[in-house]
Design a protein. Structure first.
Length: 258
């Protein structure tokens, strides 16, 4: 996935917003409306979704006169997977970039529409490396997480006790915990309790640890000025492959038991 400098983002967006400045983009970042990555040099690096997000903000200000508070609430709803009309990408460069949809589903069933597709060609719901890099700024209180997922207090407590969801230093849950809680809620319909699902946390932590073992030498070499791949991009590519391997192994195992 190609990342853009703030200057490149400015030139892209100035086609529609000629009065836009670098200072305005930095201000929107300060307000938490966009979260660009940071290179090791400290330079901002914008993903295609960041450009889409900025375009949404700028159009909401120009066309709807929304205050920043309202815009942020709309962006939070998008991060939560709520269906919300978003501006379309303006160039073919971004045509294949991931959208703002919540890839984990809406919680309406155990596996959404995929649950009813039994054809041999049905593809597993796997996030791409680009989607794994997507950052969602929203943070949820325990109550908000329960309200959005339908978890009762007992189920929430068990998910937290078995390490499936975790509070950050501010006492809130990251957006990814929303996806975790939704999937755990769906699996509960099959009689799987948090104590059964803890093995997924263990496996995930091991996969992350394995990826870090590969990435640490890359980071050290980049710190010495040796040209290397972007560690964040490499990390998500590795994780995407491990997820695909996991699905392939499970499907192969299930096939052997039939």
């Amino acid at each position: 996935m190609s990342l853009l400098t703030i200057g490149q983002v400015l030139r892209e967006l100035q086609q529609e917003f000629p009065d836009l400045t670098v200072s305005k983009i930095r201000f929107l970042e300060t307000e938490g409306l966009v979260l660009p990555q940071r290179r090791e040099s400290g330079q901002r690096a914008f993903a295609p979704d960041d450009v889409v997000r900025l375009r949404f903000v700028l159009r909401a200000q120009r066309d709807k006169f929304w205050p920043l508070k309202v815009i942020k609430a709309a962006l939070d709803r998008m991060d939560l997977g709520v269906d919300l009309q978003t501006p379309e990408r303006s160039t073919s460069e971004y045509a294949e970039a991931p959208g703002t949809e919540d890839q984990a589903g809406t919680g309406d069933g155990p596996a959404g529409s995929a649950a009813t597709d039994t054809s041999a060609s049905a593809a597993p719901r796997l996030p791409t490396a680009a989607q794994l890099r997507r950052r969602r700024a929203i943070r949820l209180t325990p109550l908000e997480l329960r309200e959005h997922t339908g978890l009762d207090l007992a189920a929430y407590t068990q998910l937290k006790a078995f390490g499936l969801i975790r509070l950050d230093a501010s006492g809130r849950h990251p957006a990814d915990d929303l996806d975790v809680a939704r999937e755990c809620t769906a699996l509960a319909a099959y009689g799987l309790e948090p104590r059964h699902l803890r093995l997924f946390r263990v496996a995930a932590d091991r996969e992350v640890s394995l990826a870090q073992q590969i990435l640490e030498p890359v980071r050290r070499r980049r710190a010495r000025g040796v040209p290397e791949a972007d560690p964040e991009a490499l990390e998500t590519e590795i994780i995407a492959h491990t997820l695909a391997l996991h699905v392939a192994l499970v499907r192969a195992g299930l096939g052997q038991t039939q």
